[in-house]
Design a protein around this ligand. Structure first.
Ligand SMILES: [Zn+2]
Length: 384
């Protein structure tokens, strides 16, 4: 049961999170309870290890009042960015500080079970080595597919078909005995930008163009997932006139023309072998790669113009190895400006993500913090 009492300990923590640091008296006034009630609420939160003292405020009577803040540094999480060919794991605190991280190339020959148990083993040693085993409160996994949040399974991208329906939470739950959160990688990227900007009251769209293509929408500080977790899955929309065969089996998808995988295929005859090669060729200014990446930016921009017109976001942030390349960003921006409704463009700010490969990890640590410090979770004593 969710405690909807607006003066519960969880809600007090929520007020402190949004407005802190605050003194006990300031909290009392904001929440609207008596001194005795607030003392009791703070006691509950202190015992759960959710408060920390951050100094004093001089009051008018010359007395020094203790300033309280949410203890977001005393709890840690294991977060992982599971990609189509690479995974990154990190131990973070609820503020996003990274204590340890490790990367893994994923072999297409390994079964999902083999891959997951390797990730669990890596996670265990990261946590042990960082000395954070005692404070671990959650695991957060970002995955490149749609997620059924009730069942904890994914509808994997077509290129990872054997991952379809895999129960991702189970091996982590078993190994660490903490809540396991799942999020789509483009949503995690969009949330990362939202957190990095200091939680603006603005709608944002994150677009990730790496091996595949996906988008995430953040509305009112939450990822908009849609009815079946498919919101933002722009990679497998079919485009007029496209005829290339896609990994999903259909023809003419955006991903068949504009993803990292598609670019590698188009440039293979010139000697490109990987998405990293595409990035390097663009950085070296080789015309064939710059032209192909610009064409990809125009195509994704065409789709995004529709998204921008429907969602009317303030910020569009582009991530992924291809998505941050300047020719891609420029071509996409020009196409959106040419095609979206003019009033949807008035406040629109399109830019490459500055978070680099930390982006998804930052997003996951923020999502874990939002969940674990939420009134419902705190009042249900989700903390050990
Ligand atoms: Zn497709």
């Amino acid at each position: 049961m969710v405690d909807t009492n607006p003066t519960s300990p969880g809600h007090v923590l929520g007020v402190l999170r949004a407005a802190g640091p605050l003194t006990r008296q300031e909290l009392q006034e904001r929440v609207g309870v008596s001194r005795a009630t607030m003392v009791e609420r703070l006691d509950v939160l202190r015992r759960a290890g959710l408060l920390r003292r951050v100094g004093h405020r001089e009051s008018s009577g010359g007395r020094r009042a203790e300033l309280l803040a949410v203890n977001d540094t005393g709890h840690t999480a294991l977060v992982a960015d599971l990609g189509q060919s690479h995974a990154t794991l990190a131990v973070v605190d609820l503020r996003g500080t990274v204590f340890a991280r490790a990367g893994h190339e994923l072999s297409p020959h390994d079964s999902p079970q083999e891959t997951l148990s390797r990730l669990v083993e890596t996670g265990k040693s990261l946590i042990t080595d960082s000395g954070k085993a005692e404070t671990l409160c959650a695991v957060g996994l970002s995955v490149p597919g749609q997620i059924d949040h009730d069942e904890g399974v994914t509808a994997a991208p077509w290129s990872m078909r054997e991952w379809d329906g895999v129960r991702l939470r189970d091996p982590f739950k078993e190994a660490f005995d903490v809540p396991v959160l799942l999020e789509n990688d483009a949503n995690a990227l969009a949330m990362a930008e939202y957190y990095a900007m200091g939680r603006p009251e603005a709608t944002m769209v994150g677009v990730k163009v790496g091996t595949g293509i996906g988008a995430g929408v953040v509305i009112a500080g939450r990822p908009h997932r849609g009815e079946t977790g498919a919101a933002g899955e722009i990679g497998h929309m079919r485009i007029e006139g496209g005829d290339r065969r896609c990994v999903c089996g259909r023809r003419g998808c955006v991903a068949a023309e504009a993803s990292g995988r598609a670019l590698v295929r188009m440039l293979r005859s010139k000697g490109v072998r990987s998405v990293n090669d595409v990035v390097r060729w663009v950085e070296e200014g080789r015309a064939e790669a710059v032209d192909a990446v610009s064409a990809a930016g125009r195509l994704v921009g065409t789709v995004l113009a529709t998204v921008v017109t429907i969602v009317n976001p303030r910020y569009v942030r582009l991530g992924g190895a291809i998505g941050v390349l300047p020719p891609f960003v420029e071509a996409l921006r020009r196409t959106v400006e040419a095609n979206a409704h003019t009033s949807a463009l008035r406040k629109l700010d399109i830019a490459a993500s500055q978070l680099g490969d930390r982006g998804v990890l930052v997003g996951m640590s923020g999502l874990v913090a939002d969940e674990m410090l939420s009134p419902a979770r705190v009042d249900a004593q989700g903390f050990r």
